[in-house]
Structure formats: C-alpha cells, structure tokens
Design a protein around this ligand. Structure first.
Ligand SMILES: NC(=O)c1ccc[n+]([C@@H]2O[C@H](COP(=O)([O-])OP(=O)(O)OC[C@H]3O[C@@H](n4cnc5c(N)ncnc54)[C@H](OP(=O)(O)O)[C@@H]3O)[C@@H](O)[C@H]2O)c1
Length: 401
C-alpha cells in the first residue's frame, strides 16, 4: 500500500475478474499490474482458453480459478489455487468474502446469474459486459439501487456518460449522445456492404477489441446494444438517447442537461482508462498512457448516424421501445448472427436481416424475474438458430432471397 493510501486509511481491494482471457480481461490485468499495492486478484474466471488462464494464475496467484471447458484439462495447476468449473463456481468466485469488486468482462450471457448474486452479496460491480444489462436491466438496476451497490460502467461510452453526469439527477438530463466511430464501413458504398468479408469487418479503424464487439461496431448493433444499456444504467427514456458518428473516437459520449449545457469526456481511445477508473473510483490515479493533445489532433468531425447504412441501430431502438423481452431477442439474435457470420455461414448484411426477422416474429414474454430472463435467453437461442439456418440455406424470407 502506498503512503497516500495508508494516510487515507485505504485497505487493499479484493478483485474478482470474470472473462480474464478476453480483450477487456487482459487489459484489466494490465491495469491491476500497475497498482500492485492497491489490488489483490482474489478470484479469476475464463471460458476455454486454459493455456492463458494458467499463465494468469501463475502471475496473479488467485485463490480460485474457474473455467468453462468441459473436457479439457488445465495445462498445469498452481498449489494454493483451487480450480473449478461451471456456474456454481462462478457464483462462488464473485461472492467470495475477500472480493470487494467484481469485474464482469465475459462475453455473452454466462455472467447473468453470477452478476445478480454478486449484487445481492453487496459487491461493487465494474461492468464491461453489455448483454447482461440489455437482457436484465429491468431486474439488475432496481436491485443495484435497493442494495446500494456501486455499479461502474467500463464500456467507454457509458463511462463517458457516467463521468459527465457527475452528481446530476435524472430530471436534469435532457439527452445522452453516444458517439460511434462509424466502424470500417462508414463510407463503403451501400451496394458493396453485402459482399464485405470477415476480415473487412474485423478491420476496425480506431479500437482493438474482441471479435464479437468488432463485428457489432461494423453493423452498429454495438451502438444499439449501448442505447439499450444506457436506458437502464442512467434511467432515461429511449427517446432521450441518440447516437452520432465521430470518426476520431476522442469524444466518448456526451450528456446534454436541461438548461442546454453539454458535457463530454475525451481521451485517446484506450479501454485501460475506463477500466482503471472503474477500479479506482472514486479516486483518479495517474496512469502510464499518453495524454490527449487536442492541438495535435487538429480537428474533430461529427455527423449523423445513417439509418439506411446501419439498420441494426434503428432495430435496437425499436426493441427497447417495444420493451418486455424484445431487447433479449435482439441481443441473442445478434450474438448468434455474428457467430454465424464469423463462421462464414451468412453474409454481412444478413446480420441486420436476422435482427429484423427476429423482432418481427417475436412475441414478448414476462422477463420480470431472473429465471424468466434465463428462460427467455434459452428460447431465443432456439428461435434465432432456426432463423439463421433459414437465412444460411437461402430459404428465409429475407429480401435477398
Ligand atoms: N473489447 C472491448 O473493447 C469492449 C468495450 C466495451 C464493452 N465490451 C464488452 O465486454 C464484454 C467482453 O468483450 P471482449 O471484447 O473482451 O470479449 P472477448 O475478447 O471475446 O472475451 C470474452 C471473454 O469471456 C470469456 N468467457 C466466455 N464464456 C465464459 C464463461 N462461461 N465463463 C467465464 N468467462 C467466459 C472468454 O474466455 P475464453 O476466451 O477463455 O473462452 C473471454 O475471456 C462484451 O460484452 C463486450 O460487449 C468490450
């Protein structure tokens, strides 16, 4: 612990990291390494990258390491670390008595119940995963308020809004404006979008991220998921949330207040900054990353988000306006459609097509309990798989077939 920490009476913070082997997970470990006297990694969890998980365990010596690989064996085990797998172990990892803050950096929906249990246990949450709030914001956010839990967004746009809001109250917010780089296809001729390859779509101009979110940035489903996430995190109506294109990714989002002031947060695009802030909040600590010099940037550009180019964003707005289980249907259909695109089974424009078909066919179900949400997630997996199969085999009702 540093002298400053000691003087402030700060104890070390116990951390649980879910999704340690991914893009956000590995960057979180970089941040933790910069503050060895402030944080202890108590528990760690990953999916199936056991080689990397084993390295991370060697480096950080957690007491519990959880994975989700059913048959594979860990390449080596460290004495002093217990190894386990599956959801009960994940719940144990996030509710461990030595854990103060849980970083949810896993992709998909695996962390839904663990996150719920962590909030029930009163742990602070640093949230990167957006699927969780998209599907269960109606349950998670009231629980966060009821338990007085500190929920800190890691997603750069939501971190920007969180920082810009300060102590403002909901009725003082006029609009939230999410910024979007526009992805690799910001100016691709519309008639060429259909033929864009996986490599084209993974070639993001400003951010280095996991594959799923990179494809989501190309379709703008990512901005759609962020719209839904912002609705729940900041308790504003969907019509108060807008998005605009900002190719330089320097302004990460902004808040407009009712008197007309706008406050934005700026930095170079680097996820380690919002990760660090979520970990050290309410403190701001020096970091090793280069600071922004606007004079050297020269100019910042902004433009409207084009609905014809990015139908996935409009569809997300329709999903949150429709409410109920529509956002869950959107999230699952997107997850499976992106996976199918990455496997080469559908075309780039089929992703938005799958979202449109999904919402058109969806009948909302009750998602007012966690069990109902998990059931809806399961059901939507089945439906979305069918939709994608028909798109892939050319038998779907998509306009292209
Ligand atoms: N990347 C970014 O810059 C960024 C920015 C904002 C928000 N986000 C959000 O953060 C989340 C993670 O994104 P990412 O880009 O870091 O994804 P990623 O690189 O694909 O990493 C996903 C992580 O989740 C782990 N995982 C998968 N299933 C798991 C399970 N059942 N239990 C525990 N861990 C599991 C993976 O483990 P294995 O690899 O070992 O299988 C991996 O560590 C997403 O919701 C994304 O939308 C990401």
């Amino acid at each position: 612990m540093s002298e400053a920490d000691r003087a402030a009476g700060r104890a070390r913070t116990g951390v649980a990291l879910i999704g340690s082997t991914g893009s956000i997970g590995t960057q979180t470990l970089d941040v933790l390494s910069q503050f060895p006297n402030r944080f202890d990694l108590v528990t760690i969890a990953a999916g199936s990258n056991l080689e990397l998980l084993a390295d991370q365990v060697d480096r950080f010596a957690p007491v519990l390491a959880v994975h989700n690989a059913p048959h594979a064996a860990l390449p080596r085990q460290r004495p002093g670390t217990r190894y386990d797998r599956g959801e009960p172990a994940l719940i144990e990892a996030v509710t461990h008595p030595d854990v103060d803050i849980v970083i949810i950096a896993s992709a998909g929906h695996a962390a839904l119940r663990p996150a719920y249990e962590a909030i029930l246990a009163g742990k602070a949450i640093a949230l990167a995963n957006k699927e969780l709030i998209v599907c269960a914001g109606q349950i998670i956010m009231p629980l966060v308020r009821e338990r007085g839990v500190s929920l800190r967004p890691i997603d750069s746009e939501h971190s920007a809004i969180w920082q810009s809001l300060g102590q403002a109250r909901t009725h003082e917010i006029s609009r939230l404006v999410l910024t979007a780089s526009g992805g690799p296809f910001r100016s691709t001729p519309l008639d060429q979008l259909e033929s864009m390859t996986v490599a084209d779509a993974l070639n993001h101009p400003t951010w280095a991220m996991g594959d799923k979110i990179t494809i989501d940035s190309a379709t703008m489903a990512n901005k759609g998921l962020e719209l839904i996430e912002a609705r729940w995190l900041f308790d504003v109506a969907p019509h108060q949330i807008e998005a605009m294109i900002h190719p330089q990714s320097i302004i990460h989002s902004l808040v407009e207040f009712v008197e007309g002031s706008q406050i934005a947060q700026m930095s170079w695009p680097n996820m380690r900054l919002p990760i660090q802030l979520a970990l050290t909040y309410p403190d701001r600590l020096p970091s090793v990353h280069r600071t922004l010099d606007l004079a050297s940037v020269g100019s910042l550009e902004f433009g409207p988000l084009d609905d014809a180019r990015f139908p996935a964003f409009r569809l997300a707005r329709e999903a949150i306006m429709a409410g109920g289980s529509y956002p869950t249907a959107y999230s699952i259909a997107d997850e499976l459609a992106v996976a199918a695109f990455l496997r080469g089974e559908i075309r780039f424009t089929d992703i938005a097509r799958a979202l449109a078909i999904t919402l058109e066919r969806h009948d909302s179900v009750d998602v007012s309990s966690l069990d109902n949400v998990l059931h809806a997630v399961e059901q939507e997996h089945i439906r979305a798989t069918e939709t994608l199969r028909s798109l892939a085999t050319g038998r779907g009702q998509s306009p292209a077939h």
